[in-house]
Design a protein around this ligand. Sequence first.
Ligand code: SF4
Length: 310
Amino acid sequence: MQCPFLKQTKVRYCELSPIRKMLADTDGFEQYERCSTAQYRECPLLQNADPYPHDLGNEDHCPRLRSAMVQYCDTAGVRKLVPYHDCLLSRCQTDAHLYCPVYRQRVHPKERVGVEPPNANGEVHMPAHISYWPNHMWMHEAEYGVCHIGVDAFVACVLGSIDEVKLISPRTLTQPTAVLSVHGHEFRFVFPERIEITGSNVHLLTHPEEIVKDPYGGGWLYEGRVRQAESRTPVERGAIDDMENRDWMRHEVDRLDRFVRDTVHASKGSSVELATDGGLPVSGLVRHLGRDEGLELIREFFTLSPQEAK
Ligand code: SF4
């Protein structure tokens, strides 16, 4: 589905002019301008054209006046007209518009306040329209294999806040990789599948907190194209089955709870305050961990299995 703010219109422009200025067909001034009336014969550009067009005939508008279809963003501060064919596969033409900062600002003008910690049933926010991978990364596939990836709300909750984001993958066919730094720990997230990376969310370099505030929206990490989107479903490519992802997440929350009890309490003693009344891990858990425990957490929950690492 294309962005509701994407509009299209017909424009006209002078083929001879050194500067291509496009005039929308909807401005209603055609009858007063030289190019669209018989007065075009007096135009110095046409008279000085080399070669001079001797075949002017009895046209009621200049034969060098051209028209084209263009698209533009109706909500952007500056209206940039883009030839229609160049827009194909752009973010505006697909569900990928959900990640456009201009769209998000218009549709969700208020700042997000952050993800909720797991509730008493161990449930974590998981929008239904995206796929989840076992190392707590997500992918949203739009039309034509256009995709966005990020980390899920489980990660946002465990990290609680993020000091620095490094988006280290180049624009090429590769496994998108991001390094999130929290309190001296470096969490390296490698997406299990190779995608054709077309861009990264550079906004996160100055606003890393966006990942925690809005992990499924403004906190996306990379955008790109999935090569196998048409031939294999996300589940066939390694994602958690839609029917099972809620059970999987509950299991992960239980596992985290056990990790806190077994690994952290065992090393620090039962006086350490790492659990809520209901026994679920607190938001920002990682800030309470020592170096070895942090590494263990990464290995247990966020590292690719040997089969996934390509
Ligand atoms: S730039 Fe953003 S808001 Fe504007 S049309 Fe494209 S996706 Fe929509």
